[in-house]
Design a protein around this ligand. Structure first.
Ligand SMILES: CC(C)(COP(=O)(O)OP(=O)(O)OC[C@H]1O[C@@H](n2cnc3c(N)ncnc32)[C@H](O)[C@@H]1OP(=O)(O)O)[C@@H](O)C(=O)NCCC(=O)NCCS
Length: 156
């Protein structure tokens, strides 16, 4: 029997280029504000500069791109560290996060570490379903937003 194509068919994950920087920042800011009730520690302009210079120019940024070219997800990946993972709010639950995570895992054979905020139940369930195990809990003193955080490792 032929199975229906998953909602993610046509989504491609690729390294980000300089031309993507502004759209990556749009997705990041939209996703952060849709996810958390607390503010970012930096202004939108500071976030845009950090994404352009700190992530994209440093070749740490990856994007999930739809067939029409729109960026629907992003991640920042350094050796052993999944630094950022954000899916556009109108595209949650379609396997895009999983597709980005598979690329991160394939490029990080010796394992991955990531941090998220404790309050982010959806992300925590997502990471736990995908093999990550929480191994450290912080009181917020280690991040700029000063929110309780949790570290996950894969494989545990
Ligand atoms: C956490 C996050 C990255 C997960 O990404 P996502 O794309 O929503 O996750 P997925 O769709 O891959 O998986 C979530 C669930 O969606 C459903 N799903 C998966 N593939 C699907 C598909 N093709 N069609 C419909 N639903 C699907 C499944 O229920 C899946 O659960 P499973 O892993 O048990 O199969 C995303 O929710 C997000 O960006 N959240 C806001 C920002 C955030 O919290 N980032 C993390 C900060 S550390």
């Amino acid at each position: 029997m032929t199975q229906a194509a998953p909602a993610t068919s046509g989504i491609r994950v690729r390294p980000a280029t300089a031309l993507d920087s502004a759209e990556i920042a749009d997705v990041y800011l939209e996703s952060f504000h849709a996810t958390y009730a607390f503010p970012l520690a930096h202004t939108d302009d500071e976030v845009r500069s950090w994404i352009r210079d700190g992530l994209v120019a440093a070749r740490r940024a990856w994007v999930a791109v739809d067939v029409d070219g729109a960026i629907v997800g992003l991640m920042a990946l350094a050796p052993g560290d999944l630094e950022q993972l954000y899916v556009r709010p109108d595209r949650l639950g379609q396997g895009i996060g999983r597709q980005l995570l598979e690329v991160a895992k394939a490029r990080s054979r010796s394992g991955l570490t990531l941090f998220t905020f404790q309050v982010n139940d959806r992300a925590r369930r997502f990471y736990e379903r995908n093999g990550f195990v929480a191994d450290w809990f912080g009181d917020g003193s280690a991040n700029e937003e000063r929110q309780p955080d949790v570290r996950y490792v894969w494989p545990s």
